[in-house]
Write a protein that binds this ligand. Structure first.
Ligand SMILES: C[S@@+](CC[C@H](N)C(=O)[O-])C[C@H]1O[C@@H](n2cnc3c(N)ncnc32)[C@H](O)[C@@H]1O
Length: 182
């Protein structure tokens, strides 16, 4: 996919500039670059992946194309504690489908976000996996999983056709704002 298409897919979930986000399962950074484009100068992105080589390439590309966006790369398994907190947003693009039991990861992502923080998920629109995409989930299932994990306001952003598993979608969920408590 072209950079402009990736930007289009997530842009309604990334509407404020200069924020602090993390990209979990960032790989070589195709979506990190889209995120950087949308967040603009002054933003900070922590790109997490267990593949150190992919993150090295991501760092180089980010430095060339978006030098005004700070990027920190972190070689880590996002199913384990990452030590991130107070983030404005988290992006998980085609990475959550590698995890069978998603609830603990979603709980940890919620803990990384400030109240009202955004979780943008990009996923294939199927509940049936294959060896390359082992545990995908439709938007309908995502709505349930996100609610069970305590996220609010889950909504579909975009759906596009995909050669793999028929379609790909983006969705936005919010961490609880804390309003209405007490
Ligand atoms: C299909 S690629 C997607 C990369 C990028 N988000 C994109 O859409 O272009 C999935 C990435 O998730 C990473 N990944 C999968 N499970 C992971 C885990 N538990 N911890 C860290 N990275 C993981 C893989 O190493 C791979 O780079």
């Amino acid at each position: 996919m072209k950079h402009a298409d990736l930007v289009e897919l997530i842009k309604d979930g990334v509407t404020e500039r200069g924020q602090r986000w993390a990209d979990l399962g960032a790989g070589e950074g195709a979506f990190t670059l889209a995120l950087a484009d949308l967040l603009g100068p002054g933003a900070h992105i922590t790109a997490v992946d267990r593949d150190a080589g992919a993150l090295r390439r991501l760092g180089l590309e980010m430095g060339e194309r978006f030098p005004d966006v700070a990027v920190a790369t972190k070689v880590a398994d996002f199913t384990r504690p990452l030590g991130l907190s107070g983030l404005d947003g988290v992006l998980m693009a085609n990475s959550l489908h590698f995890v069978r039991d998603k609830a603990p990861v979603l709980e940890s992502v919620r803990g990384m976000l400030q109240p009202g923080g955004k979780l943008v998920v990009v996923e294939y629109g199927s509940d049936r996996g294959n060896p390359w995409v082992p545990h995908p989930f439709t938007f309908e299932r995502w709505t349930q999983m996100a609610a069970q994990a305590g996220f609010e306001g889950t909504r579909l952003l975009r759906t596009i056709p995909s050669r793999h598993l028929g379609s790909m979608y983006s969705a936005l969920s919010l961490s609880p704002s804390g309003r209405g408590l007490g």
